[in-house]
Design a protein around this ligand. Structure first.
Ligand code: FAD
Length: 408
């Protein structure tokens, strides 16, 4: 949508044969909605989102409210990933952008640039945007080495289901009777609960310590016995809802260090979204930052003009890195504050609510396109020099300089 909006012709190659309503809750912040509105999407996305005004941060074992804050300061609009995806896809189809399904990209030629599908077909373009997710095939090409995920030390059990039957239980009824978002925090653990579709659907996610082998998957079944053990001492109200759950997923949260470049040495393949800046779930910004990156890359390609792809992709990564990094770190910060807030504290000690509130508000007023326009001149002048010298500065200081061919 971002590329189309800037006047480019785009083709999409997608591995799966059919999109299903996969995953569960996902946050879309105002920073993303501002851009999506320009691409023709807004009201329908807001309809999808959870309608509660406030969310509560509660003490693990008895549910005492420790802090309350507006949902808009936390994740923005929380909706089902599949429902947002469906709206995005509907708009993409409306704009006439071809989505080629069942097209597994197995290789890239960064100089052409081109991509090769598993059936042997090769497709060329002026620029390739590799938005191929956390297990990106393109990332290794860009990096020039294998980038193995490392354990974050945490995993999530997550469950999503029609919650009507919870209404029969007076203990947990309150969590499905109206739209709500609640978070229980304890020592090295937290549980997020929210309703979707006006309370018809129910989602819980428990983040807990887990240092088992690293397997990233959105589909691995979780062991409900283990979950029941984890919630044995949680607020009985949410405990009842979790214990009634029939099945869940076990999602190891893998972590990746920031990478020194998001662009291939030829400057013609650019990573975008989770392929270069995956977020922890506690950041509540993964999809929103991917949306911002899309807007910035598309606008840079337009500002650079035809035949100037290297300038565009290199300005894009430089414009994006710092903000994305701060947003990623926000997710680590809140997880650590939640997991430590109550350590060694007696129940009668009051904690300062500010210490457990999410601090995402600063991310939302940002207009990624306006920022690009404002900084283009300065950053493109620096990048032009680097391209001429064949020496691109890495995205952060500790990384080695990136030698590339000179571009005149
Ligand atoms: C199945 C699934 C469930 C998820 N559930 C949640 C959730 O519940 N909550 C949440 O916050 N986030 C969830 N996410 C992550 C969330 O979608 C992303 O963080 C965010 O939307 C950024 O999107 P992205 O486009 O960078 O990556 P993704 O959303 O991961 O999209 C990447 C796309 O690239 C495709 N792809 C990958 N490799 C290839 C290849 N070689 N060739 C062609 N196509 C390829 C994938 O099929 C996928 O459609 C989920 C992701 C997936 C894939």
């Amino acid at each position: 949508m971002a590329m189309h909006y800037q006047g480019f012709e785009v083709s999409i190659y997608e591995k799966v044969h059919k999109f299903l309503r996969l995953g569960d809750s996902l946050g879309l912040g105002e920073n993303a909605l501002r851009l999506l509105e320009r691409w023709g999407l807004h009201d329908k996305l807001i309809e999808i989102g959870n309608k509660s005004e406030m969310m509560q941060i509660r003490r693990w074992h008895d549910g005492k409210i420790l802090a309350q804050q507006p949902l808009m300061d936390m994740a923005g609009y929380i909706g089902h990933r599949g429902d947002y995806h469906e709206e995005f896809l509907g708009r993409v189809r409306e704009l006439g952008i071809p989505i080629n399904m069942g097209c597994n990209v197995v290789a890239y030629d960064e100089d052409e640039p081109s991509l090769t599908l598993s059936n042997g077909e090769v497709h060329k373009a002026d620029v390739i945007v590799a938005a191929d997710g956390i297990k990106s095939v393109a990332r290794e090409l860009v990096l020039g080495f294998e980038d193995k995920p490392k354990s974050s030390g945490y995993a999530c059990f997550r469950a999503y289901f029609k919650g009507a039957y919870l209404k029969e239980d007076p203990l947990c009824r309150e969590f499905v009777e109206k739209e709500c978002v609640n978070i229980w925090i304890g020592n090295d653990v937290h549980l997020v609960q929210n309703t979707l579709r006006d309370g018809d659907e129910f989602n819980w996610i428990i983040t807990h310590k887990d240092t088992e082998d690293i397997k990233e998957s959105w589909f691995q079944p979780g062991d409900m016995n283990e979950v029941r053990k984890l919630v044995s001492d949680v607020d009985p109200r949410i405990g009842a809802a979790v214990r009634k759950t029939k099945e869940c997923l076990d999602w190891k949260i893998c972590y990746r260090d920031p990478i020194p470049s998001w662009v291939s040495k030829s400057h013609k393949i650019a990573l975008l979204g989770d392929s270069c800046h995956a977020h922890l779930p506690t950041s509540a910004q993964g999809a929103s930052q991917a949306t911002e990156s899309a807007a910035v890359l598309a606008l840079c390609l337009k500002l650079a003009g035809k035949g100037n792809v290297p300038l565009a992709t290199r300005v894009y990564e430089k414009l994006r890195f710092e903000r994305v990094r701060k947003s990623q770190l926000n997710g680590e910060d809140i997880r650590d504050r939640w997991h430590n807030a109550l350590k060694n504290l007696d129940d009668n000690v009051e904690i300062d609510p500010e210490t457990v509130k999410m601090r995402n508000r600063w991310l939302y007023p940002f207009d990624a396109e306006a920022d690009t326009l404002q900084r283009w001149q300065e950053v493109s002048a620096q990048v032009s020099k680097e391209l001429q010298a064949g020496n691109i500065s890495p995205l952060f200081e500790a990384a080695p300089a990136i030698q590339t061919s000179r571009v005149h």
